[in-house]
Design a protein around this ligand. Structure first.
Ligand SMILES: NC(=O)c1ccc[n+]([C@@H]2O[C@H](COP(=O)([O-])OP(=O)(O)OC[C@H]3O[C@@H](n4cnc5c(N)ncnc54)[C@H](OP(=O)(O)O)[C@@H]3O)[C@@H](O)[C@H]2O)c1
Length: 288
């Protein structure tokens, strides 16, 4: 399989490169040479590489900034994704596009299935939903994989933020009334390679297994990081309510995704999020 990766320097873009199957040829240009919003860039790379699969790991992911930078979020997450899907179709490449749990409003207590009705609460969620629709409209070959709470060894993510704050402070306050599932970028990348290899199309959900609040996640980060020596001392972790930590973008209260369709296609359930967190922190240690 020949694959072109857009958004190569993000968490998922790096993970896709790190987990590429032995028989895959992966081309992952830098953002400066392959900007999602630049139609000429996309055309040139598709014509040159002639990929079987086009992974779009690029997105405007600054959820709060999107509330005041609506035009850029729309351009990157919606308009350009539609154009990308159309270009992919014309060049005979299957688009694998990644979306988000933020397309849902969180007003439920049971995991969201891929065909449940989206109702985004934020600009980020709305623009990602519009990107999904544009990509699905452009080609019946499109694969959309929604995921959530992604973290990795590098990049801006909750784990890296917590590790920094836990080193700097005696106490961190963390929201305890938003429920979802942390997802190690590497596991998501492995799932994307497998689903792409099986020519899956339509909408799938993939996160690691299990359920957590951000507070639970922070507790686990501290315990696991202390165990492997990434933290030297414990700090107090204080649960707070969402209303006490106002943000520009409204987040879904409950955004656990039902992964049964993906797990059936992959042939096994993904690892539990805590096991995945332990593996990732292990890789961050000097001997990892
Ligand atoms: N992170 C999460 O918790 C999460 C949750 C649910 C879904 N997702 C989805 O998962 C996918 C991967 O996210 P991620 O966590 O890997 O995000 P990420 O680390 O922020 O990576 C996104 C990458 O896209 C790049 N990018 C932004 N605009 C671009 C453009 N116009 N052209 C080319 N590249 C561009 C970014 O570059 P700059 O850094 O230079 O902007 C960054 O390298 C995205 O579709 C995201 O919506 C993420």
């Amino acid at each position: 399989m020949k694959a072109l990766v857009i958004g190569a320097q993000g968490q998922l873009g790096r993970a896709l490169q790190a987990t590429a199957p032995m028989d895959a040829e992966t081309i992952a240009p830098a953002e400066s040479a392959c900007n999602l919003t630049n139609g000429a860039h996309i055309e040139r790379w598709l014509a040159e590489v002639r990929p079987d699969v086009l992974f779009n790991a690029a997105a405007y992911t600054a959820v709060d900034a999107a509330e005041s930078d609506v035009a850029t979020a729309e351009l990157v997450n919606s308009v350009s994704v539609g154009r990308l899907a159309e270009s992919a179709r014309l060049h005979g490449a299957r688009l694998v596009h990644v979306s988000t749990d933020f397309v849902f409003d969180g007003e439920t207590n049971s995991p969201y299935a891929p065909d449940d009705k989206p109702n985004p609460l934020s600009v980020y969620g709305r623009t990602k939903r519009e990107g999904e629709l544009a990509a699905l409209h452009a080609s019946s070959e499109t694969l959309i994989v929604r995921t959530a709470w992604v973290y990795a060894e590098q990049g801006k993510n909750f784990v890296q933020t917590m590790l920094r704050l836990m080193r700097e402070r005696d106490e961190v306050k963390v929201v305890s009334d938003q429920i979802g599932t942390p997802t190690y970028a590497r596991n998501l990348a492995l799932a994307l390679w497998s689903l792409a290899g099986q020519s899956a199309t339509g909408v799938y959900h993939f996160t690691d297994a299990g359920v957590a609040s951000w507070y639970d996640f922070a507790q686990a980060i501290q315990e696991e990081a202390l165990a492997v020596g990434l933290l030297q001392r414990a700090c107090a972790i204080v649960p707070i309510a969402t209303k006490d930590f106002p943000t520009p973008a409204i987040r879904p209260r409950f955004s656990v995704l039902d992964k049964s369709k993906a797990w059936a296609t992959l042939g096994c359930p993904g690892p539990h999020w805590r096991q995945a967190l332990r593996a990732m922190l292990g890789r961050m240690t000097p001997n990892g």
